[in-house]
Design a protein around this ligand. Structure first.
Ligand SMILES: C[S@@+](CC[C@H](N)C(=O)[O-])C[C@H]1O[C@@H](n2cnc3c(N)ncnc32)[C@H](O)[C@@H]1O
Length: 368
């Protein structure tokens, strides 16, 4: 069993978790609710996305007009194990020649400038795009010269032309991916794992309010599609009605610098005295509100136990970020791992006992 888990963990590192359409839709709708013009007139670039496979491509093509997009750019990655193998997108389109065996693997660039009902069936769908791409009218489908690596010059040039990068990048290159977005000063909406938060490259920007969480944590992303070669494991692994193999995880989240309503909602807080009287979870935790041995801050075991009347530094669980409102709180640092740097002060201890990872915050609106 232990061995099996290890193999699965290794496979998970393969970066082959594909995002479900419903999860993309649910997240993007939340930005539109806050500002219907979030994507209006924008060039969106999905730079880790095989258009034959990616639901990011699918979502943005199918919602191109509704979002008011100016352009959608998508590039695939040549070494990807699914490159050109799962021709779902054009699967129903009889006008395209069926591919015999495994097609020649190349990295492709798709540029969509226009969508519309061209096949005359009265509805716009992906077969219209296939049709338009085939005729190359206003839209472009060309092989890339390089391999489609998001760090390649060709892809960086496309990034420069774009406004918002939206994708689920390979987790193993997450640091580099984020750094590149900042090097080119791009807006973004990307999927990462909860562990990414503590990476210095990410955390320092969360602290400066240059990156924040999207609209949910935990089970907000309902699952990922995995390739056929992937062992379905875990109680929540399933095959859905489309035949897609889905694995669920509670450790992935959206990271963005696009504004949304959730981060402006204030967290309702009670005083410390009231928490001690009425918050039952607090009563069970003997370390609540105690000072850490190794940092001048108090321990808050649950986000809902943050006192309204404490103006000093507090250590809160990482899940606090899901409720973080920058008008209400300030982030000062983190206490995670033993790798200490200017943002991370090592694991917190209370009375010699190690506590879980914490984020250090201050309540800007503390009332005495
Ligand atoms: C986590 S998967 C997500 C795929 C797709 N974005 C989605 O959400 O369905 C990451 C993808 O990035 C591709 N990839 C891996 N390394 C890459 C690189 N250096 N540049 C561009 N894409 C890469 C992988 O082949 C894989 O398809």
């Amino acid at each position: 069993m232990a061995n099996k888990n290890l193999t699965n963990a290794k496979r998970a590192q393969n970066d082959e978790f594909y995002t479900q359409y419903i999860d993309i839709q649910k997240e993007i709708e939340a930005y539109l609710e806050y500002d219907p013009d979030t994507f209006k007139g924008k060039v969106v670039y999905s730079n880790c996305d095989d258009p034959f496979e990616s639901n990011f491509f699918r979502y943005f093509v199918l919602n191109f007009k509704r979002l008011g997009l100016k352009q959608l750019i998508t590039t695939s990655y040549k070494p990807s194990p699914v490159a050109n193998t799962q021709l779902k997108l054009f699967g129903d389109n009889k006008t395209l020649k069926p591919v015999k065996g495994r097609p020649k693997v190349t990295a492709n660039k798709f540029i969509i400038n226009e969508v519309g009902d061209v096949d005359g069936d009265g509805a716009f769908n992906l077969s219209d795009i296939a049709e338009q791409l085939k005729a190359n009218k206003n839209n472009e489908w060309t092989p890339l010269k390089e391999n489609g690596d998001f760090r390649s010059k060709e892809c960086i040039d496309l990034l420069k032309q774009s406004d918002i990068a939206v994708t689920n990048p390979p987790f193993s290159l997450f640091r580099e991916y984020v750094q590149q977005l900042f090097d080119y000063k791009k807006n973004f909406l990307i999927i990462g794992s909860i562990n990414c938060i503590s990476y210095k490259e990410v955390f320092q920007r969360i602290k400066k309010n240059e990156i924040w969480l999207g609209n949910g944590m935990g089970r907000w992303i309902s699952g990922f599609i995995v390739p056929k070669s992937y062992d379905l494991y875990g109680t929540e692994a399933r095959i859905d009605e489309n035949g897609d193999r889905i694995v669920s995880t509670n450790s992935c989240l959206w990271l963005t610098n696009l504004d949304h309503g959730r981060r402006h909602q204030p967290l309702f807080l009670m005083t410390m005295a009231d928490n001690k009287r009425f918050n039952r979870k607090i009563l069970k935790k003997e370390n609540s509100y105690k000072k850490y041995d190794n940092y001048d801050a108090i321990e808050i075991p649950y986000t809902d136990a943050i006192p309204s009347d404490y103006d000093g530094i507090m250590g809160v669980p990482i899940t606090f970020l899901d409720k973080y409102n920058p008008e209400q709180f300030e982030i000062l640092g983190q206490m995670v791992t033993t790798k200490i740097d200017e943002f991370n002060f090592g694991y917190p201890y209370v009375n010699g006992k190690k506590i879980y990872a914490r984020i250090l915050i201050k309540n800007k609106k503390a009332t005495k």
